[in-house]
Ligand binder design. Structure first.
Ligand SMILES: NC(=O)c1ccc[n+]([C@@H]2O[C@H](COP(=O)([O-])OP(=O)(O)OC[C@H]3O[C@@H](n4cnc5c(N)ncnc54)[C@H](O)[C@@H]3O)[C@@H](O)[C@H]2O)c1
Length: 256
């Protein structure tokens, strides 16, 4: 999901590389599906295929968790679900707030996948006074005047920003000042945050641009590509601006 950028060193506590951390949710999603089908054990090859990861990489990743599987039997599905959930901090409930309850914020609020993964939406916050009190996904929208009180009353450490780009930095600053230390940013802008605050950015248009690149390549392999009409300088600059993260890093999309 998004420019998967966190303002942290490449290696986290207990020496687990950030790339491994980024794959843990993929393993967890595949393992949860196996668990729901009451599958007791899984081989590294099967799990790697289900997670869309190379099996040697999977074995290396699991070695960081101290999980080596049993030769001829494979990995215990339930135990791995527990181990990965614990490593990701999902064995505890994480209250989150969503700020900006327009088209996207409302869609996120209605997404059942947060609660099922341990992320409770503590509040929906919007600056529009006309929205205050209106129910969205079963919660009354709260006005931004209440932002600081909501964060402290609910012990919120994760904030989701779904405001227009122009408001995102100011919302981010308020969230951080109120005690939020992790931000999931959907607004198409680069946020500045102090040391110790993690930001991950989600931008579906970036993902589409990458797919467009590959489509163009595929078309080029089959025949000479048809010329693309030139875009205005502003459009090209906007696309380039959108594409690069703070370090020009690779976008990633939140696992569904
Ligand atoms: N990352 C993605 O893939 C993706 C996809 C769609 C939209 N977006 C972005 O998400 C954002 C929201 O898009 P949308 O279509 O829901 O827009 P929208 O106009 O429907 O909703 C924006 C909401 O933010 C509120 N808002 C404005 N300023 C605010 C502030 N300072 N504090 C709190 N709330 C404030 C508005 O009142 C409104 O309800 C935009 O920045 C858009 O570009 C990103």
């Amino acid at each position: 999901m998004a420019t998967g950028r966190t303002h942290r060193p490449a290696t986290r506590s207990r020496g687990i590389p950030e790339a491994t951390v980024a794959r843990l949710p993929l393993y967890l999603r595949a393992l949860t599906a196996l668990s729901e089908r009451s599958v007791p054990t899984v081989s590294s090859e099967e799990l790697a295929t289900a997670a869309g990861v190379n099996s040697a990489k999977l074995r290396k990743d699991f070695s960081y968790l101290g999980s080596y599987g049993t030769r001829g039997v494979g990995y215990d599905v339930e135990y791995l679900v527990y181990q990965i959930s614990r490593e990701l901090g999902l064995t505890q409930d994480w209250p989150v707030v969503i700020v900006g309850i327009g088209n996207l914020g409302a869609a996120l609020a209605n997404y059942g996948g947060f609660a099922s993964r341990g992320f409770r939406v503590a509040a929906l916050i919007d600056a529009d006074p006309a929205m205050a009190g209106k129910p969205v996904a079963g919660l009354p929208v709260r006005h931004t005047d209440e932002l600081e009180a909501i964060i402290s009353d609910n012990g919120v450490s994760i904030g989701v920003i779904a405001t227009p780009a122009g408001a995102a930095q100011q919302v981010c600053d308020r969230l951080v000042a109120a005690g939020v230390t992790s931000i999931l940013n959907f607004a198409p802008t680069v946020l500045s945050v102090p040391e110790g605050v993690d930001v991950r950015k989600v931008d579906l248009s970036i993902e589409l641009q990458i797919l467009a690149f590959h489509e163009q390549r595929k078309a080029g392999e089959e025949n000479t590509p048809s010329p693309v009409p030139p875009r205005s300088g502003a459009a090209v600059r906007a696309a380039a601006e959108n594409r690069k993260g703070p370090d020009g890093d690779v976008p990633a999309v939140m696992p569904a």
